[in-house]
Write a protein that binds this ligand. Structure first.
Ligand SMILES: [Ca+2]
Length: 205
């Protein structure tokens, strides 16, 4: 084989290997904009009040703390299952709180948990401070933002059974928070600022 034919053969082989990977389509974005209802989100340790107007855009969810313990909302099934194709993507939500500026915010507020059975990874989207007005918070779906061992992390994300977003703003009862435009994007984040990402790590419960 001449050098030029060998080069062509190698180029063709590399193209056959690399092109499908480069052209691999991303999975669909998963989102909840709450235009007409709660879109399957439920509450634990509190209640959801659906508002048709007043969100970041149109409708939104209001979580009200009505029980002792840390309250959170639970994602519907379309966010669950094998999320490995979303690694390097990100979650984004719009949040607001109804506490006064002198209110003490619980550290758990804005924590997101991804669970697979008893395994849990967790990260904080929000600093423990009131969120005045609708503010976007972004959490990268990559190891550095969540911590843990990479093999365990990928194993957990291959079979996600529950996703929680903690919206318990303050100690005591009847504190409230709003949430809107919950998005899980498969692609890398565009060049823009993103907020807090304190690592909570991977652990069993
Ligand atoms: Ca909305």
């Amino acid at each position: 084989m001449t050098k030029s034919r060998w080069t062509l053969s190698v180029t063709a082989a590399l193209t056959a290997i690399l092109l499908p990977a480069l052209c691999r389509s991303l999975p669909p974005e998963i989102h909840s904009n709450f235009s007409t209802d709660e879109e399957g989100w439920t509450a634990v340790g509190g209640s959801i009040i659906y508002h048709e107007f007043g969100g970041y855009r149109d409708g939104f969810l209001e979580f009200q703390d009505t029980a002792i313990g840390d309250g959170y909302i639970v994602a519907p099934p379309r966010y669950l299952g094998d999320l490995r194709e979303y690694i390097t993507g990100y979650f984004r939500v719009q949040l607001k709180t109804y506490v006064g500026t002198d209110g003490v915010v619980e550290p758990i507020f804005g924590r997101m948990e991804i669970r697979s059975g008893t395994l849990v990874i967790a990260a904080d989207m929000v600093a423990p401070a009131p969120v005045i007005g609708w503010i976007p918070f972004t959490l990268l779906l990559e190891l550095n933002s969540w911590g843990g061992d990479v093999l365990e992390w990928r194993s957990l994300l291959s079979n996600v059974t529950e996703i929680r977003i903690y919206l318990d703003v303050q100690t005591g009862l009847l504190d409230r928070a709003g949430i809107d435009e919950i998005h899980l994007h498969p692609g890398e984040i565009a060049n823009e600022s993103w907020t807090w990402g304190a690592i909570k790590g991977l652990y069993g419960r």
